[in-house]
Design a protein around this ligand. Structure first.
Ligand code: 0X9
Ligand code: ZN
Length: 440
């Protein structure tokens, strides 16, 4: 570890529109004249009422991005949409993301009206500033390099100079990470603001006690290549995966399908053009390898939180199966933690597979292989109405405030997660401003 610091306008339009209005002649399966490329993705709303239907949708290779009680929003290509249609699913609507927000030309950075978001360099400047202001509390550690060679930066908080130097601590540890998915930029901002918050409030009684007794790691950008690519053209590209050249004209592996636990068994796609492409092997990607090696080498880690967007959900294992966690004590602890955190951010706590089954995600691996209590937060907005992946910079402060208390709570309980099973334990350490239901 180093220390220190797709082309023409919608070609599918005619075919997909025909499907959407229900007049597609699927007996012929012929593509209209203007459809030259069936990998073009559409963002569509599909009727689906329960997790079984959502899993069937995910199995076609469509990537389900938002779940409502009667439908889901998903990315799907022509083949997948046809399959869905053949299986009797109703395609209710579609969203033309090419004419949506973010059309303000600013190459290699966020559109000007979203300039509060951090691209890789601005993120790096921010965390370097933080470190230089707090050299006795923070060190910056590169836990590896992305495929395109960008350092994957971790912000390490520890009050012991030795631990800070060595990057290893005996204190109970927690790791927060963001941006496994490129376009989920709010998932970078929240851990970044949280790091700033911890540094700026290091002398507050509760925060200083927590920092004194814990080992804290924050990795705000797990997928910098994807995040940079997403903002490279002066408009958002709606990119999800990393930037692996798959060698067949397609790019990207879904990092949240590339972890090894039950890798590739269900809810991940073998088709390299798919949004949820699992990669050629578990941990085939440098980004997931770096997370694996980091987590495995820090045996003090008790809790992991991976930020994603969007939908306002608190998810816990399993994602690979509808089966619940079999260790009753763990399940009860997970449920207690999830429902407690939901009191603050008002997100919906649920088992990951209640959303849909998928394999190879971070949290199934960290819990399944290493026993670390691991959560996925699907941050705001709650749906497409709120802007989906691109809600605008105006949302950032609120999302951070909604999630500060859950983050601090997890920091506290990482001392011994099983303690949450003791009655009243969720509030007995908290200062007034972080009591459940209270405002920041
Ligand atoms: O599908 C994902 O990777 C996550 N949702 S997102 O919209 N951010 O892509 C959810 C992962 C939850 N895990 C499982 N359902 N296994
Ligand atoms: Zn995601």
């Amino acid at each position: 570890m180093n220390r220190g610091i797709k082309r023409k306008s919608w070609a599918l339009g005619a075919a997909v529109s025909a499907l959407i209005v229900g007049i597609w002649d699927h007996s012929a399966h012929a593509l209209p004249q203007d459809v030259k490329d069936d990998s073009e993705l559409r963002f569509i709303q599909i009727g689906a009422k329960n997790k079984e239907e959502r899993t069937t949708i995910a199995k076609t290779g469509a990537s389900v991005e938002a779940v409502r009680s009667d439908s889901v929003w998903a990315f799907a290509n022509f083949k997948q949409i046809t399959k869905l249609h053949d299986q009797g699913f109703q395609i209710i609507g579609n969203y033309d993301y090419k004419t949506s927000r973010g059309g303000h030309e600013r190459l290699f950075d966020f559109p000007s009206n979203d300039s509060h978001f951090h691209n890789y360099n601005r993120m790096l400047t921010e965390i370097r500033n933080l470190q230089s202001k707090n050299p006795d509390l923070i060190s910056l550690v590169s836990i590896g390099k992305s495929l395109e060679g960008r350092d994957l930066w971790a912000i390490h908080f520890n009050t012991s100079p030795d631990s800070l130097n060595q990057g290893i601590s005996n204190k109970p540890g927690i790791v927060y990470m963001g941006n496994h998915h490129a376009r989920e930029h709010v998932s970078v901002e929240v851990p970044l603001m949280y790091a700033k918050y911890l540094a700026e409030h290091r002398n507050d009684t509760a925060i200083s006690q927590l920092l004194e007794n814990r080992d804290v790691w924050i990795i705000p950008m797990v997928n910098p290549d994807g995040a940079e690519f997403d903002v490279s053209a002066g408009r958002y590209k709606w990119w999800r995966k990393n930037r692996r050249d798959n060698g067949d004209g397609t790019f990207g592996v879904d990092l949240n399908r590339n972890y090894s636990y039950h890798w590739g068994t269900e809810g991940a796609e073998n088709d390299s053009s798919a949004e949820t492409y699992l990669g050629p092997a578990p941990f085939s990607e440098p980004e997931t390898q770096a997370i694996r090696d980091f987590v495995k080498s820090h045996i003090n880690l008790k809790v992991l939180l991976s930020f994603h967007t969007f939908s306002e959900l608190i998810l816990y294992p399993w994602g690979y199966s509808y089966d619940g966690i079999s260790k009753t004590e763990d399940l009860r602890a997970y449920q207690k933690m999830a429902t407690t955190m939901a009191k603050w951010n008002h997100y919906k706590p649920q088992q990951s597979s209640d959303l849909y089954i998928s394999t190879g995600d971070t949290t199934d691996w960290a819990y399944g292989e290493l026993g670390i209590f691991s959560f996925t937060f699907e941050l705001s907005p709650s749906g497409m109405e709120g802007g989906g992946f691109y809600p605008g910079q105006g949302i950032i402060d609120k999302v951070f405030k909604d999630n500060l208390q859950p983050c601090l709570y997890l920091l506290n309980v990482s001392g011994n997660p099983y303690q949450v099973l003791d009655t009243g334990s969720e509030t007995n350490w908290l200062p007034n401003y972080v009591q459940p239901g209270s405002q920041f």
